[in-house]
Design a protein around this ligand. Structure first.
Ligand code: SF4
Length: 361
């Protein structure tokens, strides 16, 4: 049987955050039942197309999967198990927004088989949460983590964001410390990306100098690596830190270019060397529109993807894949290291990752 990572996109949100350009739709939760029906049909069609599939990991992303009720989550996971072989040790992650969970829902998610929860906290500073347009306070985020631990989630992850408008280092340090005071095993730290067409873009354009500059952003990234490192979290990917054994198995499949099947509106897949994605229109998805154009990757595409994704991770890429002269130059500059036949970026290389990648591809 073919083994895959299974991604399911749940594009519903309570309200749009100020920085968000993900495919997510506020105010349409009444369509969740129809969406779950459509997902079940897509699961059935996938099995018809590929034959039996074993899902080694399942990742419910969004949007806000925690807008599902406990019963809806149980129904979704029952459908996943009906169509895919899901081993007892499979990693089953759901993203969750702290403003949408309570103890009963978290217990129901756990009963549904979700065994890893990734909470979108972003900051433990109420002022910054307001700037981001998040629907929860810092206190609610802390309560959500504790409730999740009490509900039986021993594999908890937090998403945090830095380089936020007006953010000072001391605020970032306080957020990192607040995160580290909680029973979590994994932290993702992302630098804010200001996307065109978002209220965040309008805010920073109207207030020049509000965003921390690039040096400040790099310092915040270093501070995360330092503080989290002191507490045993190792940086196994450029933006991801885990205690030993708690690396995200699902995301490692992406970075290693393993096969993954994405179901739901706007979900992306890489199956048998082909990339494809579903429509980003919720209405069209609900109406039954199938995957769009299928991209068959050339050898060159595969090489570039392997370098771009592999160099994000601590495991790096096979050194023999890379042009030897350029690799040597980057090693000489202290930006890359080679060990046991694997090439990876050093800490200095991680600060200029895009330039390193460009030099190699
Ligand atoms: S909760 Fe996530 S997906 Fe939804 S609007 Fe906010 S950032 Fe976007």
């Amino acid at each position: 049987m073919k083994h895959i990572a299974l991604y399911i996109h749940l594009p519903f949100c309570a309200r749009k955050c100020a920085y968000c350009d993900f495919v997510s739709f506020p105010g349409r939760t009444d369509q969740i039942p129809a969406y779950l029906d459509r997902l079940a049909r897509e699961m059935e069609a996938s099995i018809g197309k590929y034959g039996p599939l074993a899902a080694d990991t399942v990742f419910l992303g969004g949007g806000t999967p925690s807008l599902l009720t406990g019963e809806q989550m149980k129904r979704l996971m029952a459908d996943v198990r009906r169509f895919f072989a899901v081993a007892p040790e499979a990693e089953i992650t759901s993203e969750a927004n702290p403003g949408t969970v309570d103890a009963a829902k978290l217990r129901a998610f756990r009963e549904a088989g979700v065994n890893r929860l990734s909470l979108g906290v972003q900051s433990f500073d109420d002022g910054l949460l307001g700037t981001l347009g998040r629907i929860h306070t810092a206190r609610e985020a802390e309560d959500a983590v504790r409730m999740a631990a009490e509900a039986g989630f021993s594999n908890l992850s937090l998403d945090l964001m830095y380089a936020l408008p007006g953010q000072r280092m001391v605020q970032w340090q306080a957020t990192l410390d607040a995160a580290l005071s909680l029973p979590i095993r994994h932290i993702s730290c992302y630098s804010l990306i200001v996307e065109d067409g978002t209220p965040m873009k309008a805010l920073v354009e109207a207030n020049p100098g509000l965003l921390p500059d690039e040096d400040a952003a790099v310092s915040m990234q270093h501070e995360a690596a330092r503080r989290l490192g002191q507490r045993g979290f190792s940086r196994y990917e450029i933006s991801n830190y885990a205690l030993p054994g708690f690396e995200s198995r699902h995301n490692l499949v992406y970075w290693r270019r393993g096969d993954y099947l994405g179901l739901g509106c706007a979900a992306h897949s890489l199956m048998n060397g082909r990339r494809f994605s579903n429509t980003a229109s919720l209405d069209n998805y609900l109406a039954g529109e199938g995957p769009g154009e299928i991209e068959t990757l050339t050898e060159r595409d595969v090489f570039e993807e392997t370098v771009m994704l592999g160099l994000r991770t601590r495991e790096g890429v096979e050194a023999a894949l890379l042009p030897a002269d350029r690799l040597e130059k980057l090693r000489g500059a202290g930006l890359m290291a080679v060990e046991n036949g694997r090439a990876r970026v050093t800490e200095a290389g991680a600060d200029v990752l895009n330039a390193v990648i460009l030099a190699l591809i």
